[in-house]
Write a protein that binds this ligand. Structure first.
Ligand code: CS2
Length: 482
């Protein structure tokens, strides 16, 4: 039997949802596993504790599978927290509808123009925003241009949003908050910049200025992609099958800028921190947690390790990432009041070591051209501007350059899952097959590396040094000699 409202009596009482059939108040774009284990849970708990019509209409831009699975289950899905000492599972009841934008874009636009909808949240990954990683400006590619300049149904997330805002303005549906829940630096500011650019293109800047806010957020929970094991564990625990099940670590955190012109769920009652300025949290989390995650992912994947926890057992890797935190990351940022970056980093490493979480190195390694700027390059740029050489940061960039060449130290193939994969392959194919040639070719990706960094001869020399060692001796020997 499948999970559904009718099947809930079969589910153990302690695993049942806290609320049922909420009326819609939020549209969420991007029905990722991370969203289901994070905002969907916070919002359910907020409604259970503080009331309000804040049901989430789930909109997947392109993925029919998750929409189909959730629809068949009346929007229900379970989240299993995997602790080092045991698990706990709960069905989440905050979904108030499911739509596939690619199949039904008009329905999504109509929702954005509905006065009941007062918040849009997004987890569309870094690449979904179509922002230049080096400058943060909007990238007007052919798809987005067509969304803006023709009447065809929008295919991009920015295209959908601006079409929805135009319809909202015409409908007089009132103000709305657009909340990026992706790992972008100053995600509220980036969202604001994107929406303002789109509003100019559509001639609705005045209305947008008065009616749209873009609160920034820091989101955090380690949620690996769902696997067959996730589904088996959910079925065993629930007594019914759940095709939309997710699992993640027990820890979760959400810091939100409190700027909601038409109200919000009582997320604070669910453990979220409402603040005037989330940016110190965002920078800390992106540079430390995500920066170190990427470091372990590239070095671990090239060394042939499947998971982050397994990679961390490699001699020398934990020491290297601790030095990355202490010598490069901590001096590059101003942590939130009362927080110490080194102690925060220690907690992050304990979370990464959780043996119950099988987070694949290749999952974290994907989309490197989108992830490197906020996670690693901003740290490097700040340290270079201060006249310092961030050698551990350089090691991470060299490991990415080694990773994108597509084979492990043992000659096994590595996937290149990146929106710039074709450009990377073309540049590598045209370059001399030497560390200098590879560095030159990849630093030329100008939406990733800004000109100052690409032309920084001292930094380049350190990068070539690391890449030479990685190519000649492999990850293990490079770490041993570091
Ligand atoms: C990870 C993040 O896949 C990745 O790139 O670094 O998804 C990470 O697990 C989350 O940001 C943790 O909050």
């Amino acid at each position: 039997m499948e999970l559904s409202r009718a099947a809930l009596p079969r589910v153990p009482a302690g695993c049942r949802p806290r609320i049922s059939a909420p009326a819609p108040g939020i549209v969420h774009l991007g029905v990722s596993a991370f969203h289901r284990a994070h905002q969907a849970v916070f919002t359910e708990e907020a409604m259970a504790a503080g009331g309000g019509d804040w049901g989430i209409v789930h909109v997947a831009p392109h993925s029919p599978q998750i929409v189909g699975a959730m629809r068949a289950q009346d929007g229900l899905f379970s989240v299993t927290a995997l602790g080092p000492e045991g698990t706990s599972t709960r069905v989440v009841g905050s979904s108030a509808g499911q739509l596939l934008a690619a199949a039904d874009p008009d329905a999504v636009v109509a929702l954005l123009a509905d006065p009941a909808v007062r918040i849009v949240t997004l987890t569309v990954t870094e690449k979904g925003y179509r922002l230049d990683g080096a400058t943060g400006r909007m990238l007007l590619d052919d798809e987005l241009r067509a969304d803006l300049e023709t009447d065809r149904a929008p295919r991009t997330v920015p295209g959908l949003l601006i079409r929805g805002l135009c319809a909202r303005r015409r409908a007089g549906a009132g103000p709305i908050a657009l909340v990026s829940c992706d790992n972008l630096p100053a995600n509220g500011h980036r969202m604001r910049g994107l929406i303002d650019t789109l509003a100019v293109a559509k001639g609705i800047s005045d209305w947008v200025r008065e009616n749209v806010t873009c609160p920034g957020t820091m989101v955090d929970r380690i949620v690996p992609a769902t696997t067959a094991e996730t589904l088996t564990l959910a079925a065993e625990t629930l007594g019914v099958r759940d095709r939309a099940a997710v699992n993640g670590e027990p820890y979760r955190a959400w810091v939100i800028e409190d700027d909601f012109p038409a109200g919000r769920p009582a997320w604070d009652l669910a453990g979220a921190v409402m603040t005037g300025d989330p940016r110190p949290w965002e920078t800390l989390k992106l540079r430390t947690l995500n920066g170190v995650h990427s470091a372990i992912a590239y070095l671990g994947a090239v060394a042939g390790h499947e998971t982050i926890a397994a990679a961390l057992t490699m001699p020398g890797l934990e020491t290297a990432v601790r030095l990355f935190i202490a010598e490069d990351i901590a001096p590059s940022l101003e942590p939130p009041d009362g927080v110490d970056t080194i102690a925060y980093g220690d907690e992050v490493l304990v979370r990464f070591e959780n043996p119950a979480i099988a987070y694949r190195t290749t999952q974290v390694a994907g989309d490197g051209t989108q992830k490197l700027p906020p996670r690693v390059l901003h740290t490097i740029q700040d340290r270079r501007a201060a006249g310092e050489m961030p050698r551990w940061g350089a090691l991470v960039v060299a490991a990415w350059m080694r990773f994108v060449q597509g084979v492990t130290d043992d000659g096994q193939p590595l996937p290149l899952d990146d929106p710039l994969a074709d450009r990377i392959r073309a540049r590598l194919a045209a370059a001399p097959a030497t560390p200098e040639g590879v560095v030159e070719a990849l630093l030329g990706l100008d939406t990733v590396f800004n000109p100052q960094l690409a032309d920084d001869a001292e930094f380049r020399a350190v990068l070539v040094g690391w890449l030479t060692s990685l190519e000649k001796h492999g990850v293990a020997a490079t770490l041993a000699g570091a």
